[in-house]
Design a protein around this ligand. Structure first.
Ligand code: COA
Length: 167
């Protein structure tokens, strides 16, 4: 019988900033895979409000309780990141049916580019189904409460970025 391949999973995203929805997926994936890399895309086309270093630092803080998770920034193609870090499973979160077509397209494209890479789609808890980083930024900018949207460690840097006082 041939030996099962070593599984290394990566959860990719821009995480500008990481939300409770992302955190939910990270924790689910960390339970499923022996090793999980949170791959933080530079995503310069999205003009992120937080630098790559800031986004990586926030996720490191949020995942400090997870011994099998590491957080690494990247630019360029996700398949190149996968090749460089021996990743064979790409984790993506699908929140609603709206995400599915786009994710399927990306999964097929990524597998065409790098056949060793398969995509696994996980769904977050329903309370996070309508959460996105841009919604979080918009609400923070308008002074709405964010404690139910982002992990505790993200609240202060998020409010500070939008010139809002910490509660
Ligand atoms: N909880 C909360 N929000 C979630 C979520 C969850 N579980 N899952 C997704 N989202 C949100 C994200 O926050 C993001 O919101 P925003 O647009 O308001 O910032 C939105 O859904 C889209 O997420 P996603 O599709 O993961 O985009 P992204 O910008 O976070 O990450 C990369 C995209 C970096 C992973 C992707 O662009 C990439 O792989 N880039 C590399 C280039 C490449 O290889 N391209 C070819 C791909 S075929």
């Amino acid at each position: 019988m041939s030996k099962a391949p070593k599984i290394v999973a990566a959860y990719s995203g821009t995480f500008d900033p990481v939300t409770l929805g992302h955190n939910d997926i990270i924790h689910r994936a960390a339970r499923m895979f022996p090793r999980l890399i949170v791959a933080v895309g530079l995503s310069s086309a999205k003009n992120p409000r937080f630098s790559l270093e800031e986004r990586v630092a926030m996720i490191r803080e949020v995942t400090s309780d997870l011994g099998n998770v590491e957080v690494i920034g990247f630019s360029g193609l996700v398949v190149d990141f996968a090749r460089d870090h021996e990743v064979n499973v790409l984790v993506r979160g699908v929140r609603t049916v709206v995400d599915v077509d786009y994710e399927k397209q990306m999964a097929v494209m990524n597998r065409d580019l790098y056949p060793q890479l398969d995509t696994v789609m996980l769904t977050p808890s329903p309370e996070y189904a309508h959460l996105s980083s841009s919604l979080v930024r918009e609400l923070a900018g308008l002074g709405a409460p964010v404690a139910k949207l982002v992990p505790q460690a993200v609240i202060a840097p998020l409010l500070a970025r939008f010139g809002r006082p910490s509660a």
